[in-house]
Write a protein that binds this ligand. Structure first.
Ligand code: NAD
Length: 496
C-alpha cells in the first residue's frame, strides 16, 4: 500500500528528471487555505534556470518514451488512474484545503480526471497512420502519427486536478514528455500531486516534470521555451493571448482554453423546474469559479418574475461557508483579489439600476478575520451591458436578464467577445436546437446547464474563449504530428 499523500508532506521542492529538488533561488511561496486564511504550506519559487533544467530533462526522456510499445504507455496511464483512485479521499481533502473545493467539487474533479485517464489510455492504440496510393508510378505513401515532443502544460487554479489532467494524460499517452506549471494558487493539486501519483507508476524519469512558481517570474520562460512543441494553456484570456504569442514566436502549437461568459437561455414554455435546477447548479457549484458556469441567465419576460423568485429562494437556501464542512455547497473564493473584483461588479450593477434580490456580501466565518465566502447572489432587472453581465464575474452571482423573443435571446447570448459554453431550456426541442445552433459558442447543452466535460467529446472555445480543441481525437491531433514517408519501389522516370 503506497503512503498517504497529505498536506503535511513536504511540498517545497520541484520535480525534475524524477528527482525532488530545491529551486535554485531557495525562495518559497506561501499557499493559503481560502476557508481559514491560514498558510498551509510553502512551495518552491522556481527560477528560469530551474525551468531550463525541466525542459532539458523532458527533451532527453522523450524519444525513448515515444519508442515504447502502445501497451506499455497504456499501462502507465492505467496505473496513473489507479493512483488517483487509491488516493481519492486524500485528493478531495487537498482540493478543499488548497482551493476551497466543496465535497461536490472534489468528487467531480476525481470523476473528470479519471475519465480523462480512461480516454488517454485508449490513445496509444489509436495513434494510427494512413496508407495512400501514389500518382507517381512505383511509389507507395505511408503516413505515420508521431508524438510532437515536449508538451508544456500551464493550468489554472479553479479545477486544477482535471484541468492539468486533460493535457498531461493524453500528452504522455501519445509519447510526449511534459513540463507542467500549475497556478500559484494550486501548486499541489494542479502540479506536485501529479509527480507523487506518477511516482507510483512505471513512468520513466524525466517524462513528466513539475515546476512551481509565479507566472510573472517564470511564465514567459515556460510559455516561450525553445524546447516546447505544444503549449497547452488553460486560464484567462488576457494571459492566454500573451502565452499564445510566445508559443507562436517559437512555432509551438498553442492549445488555448480561455475565459467564458456563458448564457443560460430559458424560453416561456420551458420546464421551469428543470431550468431552475440547472440554473442553481450551473451558477453556484464551486461558487461559480468555473469557466463554463452560468455567467448570465437570459429569461423570457412571461416567466421572468417567477424565475427570479424561485432562483432567489434556491440561492438563499444554499449552505455557504468553509470548504472543510462536509455539507457545504458554496465555499470560499480563491483570494481577496477575485472576491473584491466580483463584489465590485455587483455594486456597479446595482448602481446602474439592477435589483439585488439576495447575497451581494461576504459571509462571516467564525475565527476567520476576513472571510472569502461570498453569499450566493441573484440580481434582477439586469441588462447585458451591466458589470456583472458583461464581465466574466467568476463568482456565485446570477444576473437575470429578460427577453421578449427568440431572436432577442440569441442576440443577447451572443453579445459578448467570449464563445465557450451555454445552455437552452425550451418546451419545444426544435426551438431549443435552433437557439443552440445560433449560439456562437464551442459547446451548448439543451435542457441542462453549461457545465459539462466528457473526455471522449471535443471541447473548445471560440472567439476570446480560445483556439484549438481538447479531448478525444481532436486533442490527439494537437499533440501529435503526421509524417509522410514515401517509398519509391521502382526506378522513377525524372524529366532530366
Ligand atoms: P490565469 O490566466 O491568471 O492563470 C493561468 C495560468 O497561467 C496560471 O498557471 C498562471 O500562473 C499562469 N501564468 C500567469 N502569467 C503567465 C505568463 N506570463 N506566462 C505563462 N503563464 C502565466 O487564470 P486563473 O486565474 O488561474 O484561472 C481563471 C481563468 O481561467 C478564468 O478566466 C477561466 O474562465 C479560465 N478557465 C478556462 C477554462 C477553459 O476550459 N476554457 C477552464 C478553466 C478556467
Amino acid at each position: 500500500m503506497p503512503d498517504e499523500i497529505l498536506l503535511d508532506d513536504t511540498w517545497d521542492e520541484l520535480y525534475i528528471d524524477g528527482d525532488w529538488t530545491s529551486s535554485e533561488s531557495g525562495e518559497t511561496i506561501a499557499v493559503e487555505d481560502p476557508s481559514t486564511r491560514d498558510v498551509i504550506t510553502e512551495v518552491s519559487a522556481a527560477t528560469e534556470a530551474d525551468v531550463d533544467a525541466a525542459y532539458e530533462a523532458a527533451a532527453e526522456a522523450q524519444t525513448e518514451w515515444a519508442d515504447q510499445p502502445p501497451a506499455r504507455r497504456q499501462d502507465v496511464i492505467e496505473q496513473f488512474q489507479q493512483a488517483i483512485r487509491t488516493h481519492r479521499d486524500e485528493i478531495i481533502d487537498l482540493l478543499a484545503a488548497e482551493v476551497g473545493g466543496s465535497r461536490i467539487m472534489g468528487e467531480t474533479s476525481i470523476q473528470i480526471a479519471t475519465d480523462h485517464a480512461s480516454e488517454a489510455a485508449t490513445l496509444p492504440r489509436r495513434m494510427k497512420g494512413e496508407h495512400a496510393a501514389s500518382n507517381i508510378p512505383g511509389k507507395e505513401n505511408l503516413v505515420q502519427r508521431e508524438a510532437k515532443g515536449v508538451v508544456t502544460v500551464i493550468s489554472p487554479w479553479n479545477f486544477p486536478l482535471n484541468l492539468s489532467m486533460r493535457a498531461v494524460a493524453p500528452a504522455i499517452a501519445a509519447g510526449n514528455s511534459v513540463v507542467l506549471k500549475p497556478s500559484t494558487n494550486s501548486p499541489i493539486t494542479g502540479g506536485l500531486l501529479f509527480a507523487k501519483l506518477l511516482e507510483e507508476t512505471d513512468l520513466p524519469d524525466g517524462v513528466v516534470n513539475v515546476v512551481t512558481g509565479r507566472g510573472s517570474d517564470i511564465g514567459d520562460r515556460v510559455a516561450g521555451h525553445p524546447e516546447s512543441d505544444v503549449v497547452a494553456f488553460t486560464g484567462s484570456t488576457e494571459v492566454g493571448q500573451h502565452v499564445a504569442s510566445l508559443a507562436g514566436e517559437n512555432l509551438a502549437v498553442p492549445a488555448m482554453e480561455l475565459g467564458g461568459n456563458n448564457a443560460h437561455v430559458v424560453t416561456a414554455d420551458a420546464d421551469l423546474d428543470r431550468a431552475i435546477d440547472g440554473a442553481t447548479f450551473g451558477s453556484f457549484v464551486h461558487q461559480g469559479q468555473v469557466c463554463i458556469s452560468i455567467n448570465r441567465h437570459i429569461v423570457h419576460e412571461d416567466i421572468y418574475d417567477e424565475y427570479v423568485e424561485r432562483l432567489t429562494e434556491r440561492a438563499a437556501s444554499l449552505p455557504a461557508g468553509s470548504a472543510h464542512d462536509e455539507d457545504m455547497v458554496v465555499g470560499p473564493i480563491i483570494d481577496e483579489g477575485q472576491r473584491d473584483e466580483m463584489l465590485g461588479y455587483v455594486e456597479e450593477t446595482v448602481d446602474a439600476g439592477a435589483t439585488l434580490e439576495t447575497g451581494g456580501e461576504t459571509v462571516p466565518l467564525d475565527g476567520v478575520e476576513d472571510s472569502l465566502v461570498v453569499a450566493p447572489t441573484v440580481l434582477s432587472d439586469v441588462t447585458n451591458d451591466m458589470a456583472a453581465a458583461c464581465n466574466e464575474h467568476f463568482g456565485p452571482i446570477a444576473p437575470v436578464i429578460p427577453f421578449s423573443d427568440v431572436d432577442e435571446a440569441v442576440a443577447l447570448a451572443n453579445d459578448t467577445e467570449f464563445g465557450l459554453s451555454g445552455a437552452v431550456h425550451a418546451g419545444d426541442l426544435e426551438v431549443a436546437k435552433d437557439i443552440a445552433d445560433r449560439m456562437e459558442t464551442g459547446n451548448v447543452h439543451i435542457n441542462d446547464q453549461p457545465i459539462n466535460d466528457e473526455a471522449h467529446v471535443p471541447f473548445s472555445g471560440i472567439g476570446a474563449s480560445g483556439m484549438g480543441t481538447y479531448n478525444s481525437d481532436a486533442f490527439l491531433h494537437e499533440i501529435t504530428e503526421t509524417k509522410w514517408i514515401s517509398i519509391q519501389h521502382d526506378a522513377r522516370d525524372y524529366p532530366f
